[in-house]
Design a protein around this ligand. Structure first.
Ligand SMILES: C[S@@+](CC[C@H](N)C(=O)[O-])C[C@H]1O[C@@H](n2cnc3c(N)ncnc32)[C@H](O)[C@@H]1O
Length: 336
């Protein structure tokens, strides 16, 4: 294994983390492949089937790059105003990931994601901001740790803002809680972790008391029911908190459910939305794997479209795996 690539720029503060698959963690072969039909290994334990996704296998991949660049930019925008806000993350994962762990290195997905951006000096502002936040967790300049959405939020929230995290996988939730306990007092005071279903739990938190909020919905779509659940959760959330900013991540896989979900999200009544997708390679002939991903954003900051317009051609060039790489960027035309 060649040495991990370095960030450009200055070093910052370091903290110690446990990751869901550290170097000494038990090696779990496999990991989940998008488009792979969920196989029933033991029909007496259907819950176990739903829980094969672990984000450590995918941390820092091209989909994380797109998702987290958008997330950082949205939080930057929310931080422009002093009024406090809430971030609700319905599918939080473990929080932070060790890219040198066996799980992350099994497929090395970060090599065609984060790693391709490192060392570039001509990057658009959106990508620069994203890398600044990732670099914070790698103070020696070597890209060993990757912050997931909860850790990016913890970095960017101010003291009066609040973070609410849902994580249903018992082991991931345990790691998330452990890592959170290591944070400073302000972080633990402003954050709650719920080890329950984020789709169901979201509605109880809306609207947030501050009436300002960002909701990130980032399921693994391991079960195709997640597409329907995402749509239902959005419909219910908008009934309760119509002015919230919602970020829905989706995979580009060869499934009808993806296009159906996007079409239905676009039809949500009285909403302003922005839809961005990035394809990095030709879809595989067997229908497996993730050839790209997208973010559907409801009530986006007005600055986001321009940021994405500037960033996408650059990102497409950097992350392209073959000649089929492309991007799309569309937004609602109706006034809200
Ligand atoms: C794609 S990962 C999340 C990654 C994280 N949002 C990030 O960007 O760093 C999806 C996570 O959702 C968890 N999960 C699956 N179904 C869930 C549900 N119904 N409610 C809450 N968490 C769930 C999985 O265990 C997994 O850790």
């Amino acid at each position: 294994m060649s040495p991990r690539p370095r960030f450009l720029g200055t070093a910052q503060i370091c903290r110690q983390f446990t990751t869901s698959a550290g170097r000494h963690a038990p090696f779990v072969p496999g990991g989940f492949t998008w488009g792979n039909p969920i196989k029933c290994r033991d029909s007496s334990q259907p819950r176990a089937i739903l829980f094969s996704y672990r984000h450590a296998f995918h941390a820092g991949n091209h989909a994380d790059v797109l998702k987290h660049s958008v997330f950082v930019r949205v939080l930057d925008y929310f931080n422009r105003k002093d009024t406090p806000y809430w971030v609700v993350d319905t599918h939080a994962g473990a929080g932070i990931y060790d890219l040198t762990s066996e799980w992350a290195m099994q497929n090395g997905e970060f090599i065609d994601g984060l790693d391709r951006l490192l060392g570039a000096d001509d990057m658009p502002v959106m990508i620069r901001r994203y890398l600044e936040e990732v670099q914070h967790f790698n103070p020696d300049g070597v890209a060993n740790f990757y912050p997931g959405s909860p850790w990016l939020a913890l970095r960017l929230l101010r003291d009066r803002d609040r973070l609410r995290l849902f994580e249903m996988h018992p082991s991931e939730a345990q790691v998330l809680k452990h890592n959170l306990a290591q944070q400073d007092k302000a972080a633990t005071r402003q954050t709650l972790v719920y080890e329950t279903d984020g789709f169901a739990g979201l509605r109880a938190l809306l609207p947030p008391p501050t009436r300002r909020g960002v909701v990130i919905i980032d399921p693994s779509y391991e079960s195709k029911a997640d597409y329907r659940k995402t749509l239902l959760a959005m419909q219910e959330a908008l009934r309760r908190f119509a002015t919230g900013c919602y970020l829905v991540w989706y995979p580009l896989v060869q499934r009808r459910e993806v296009t159906d979900m996007i079409r239905n999200l676009e039809r949500l009544p009285n909403t302003q939305w922005l839809n961005v997708s990035l394809t990095v390679r030709k879809p595989s002939s067997d229908g497996f794997g993730l050839h790209g991903s997208g973010m559907f954003i409801v009530n986006p900051p007005w600055t986001l479209y321009g940021d994405l317009q500037a960033a996408l051609p650059w990102l497409e060039r950097k992350l392209a795996q073959d000649g089929h790489a492309c991007h799309t960027l569309t937004q609602s035309t109706r006034p809200a």
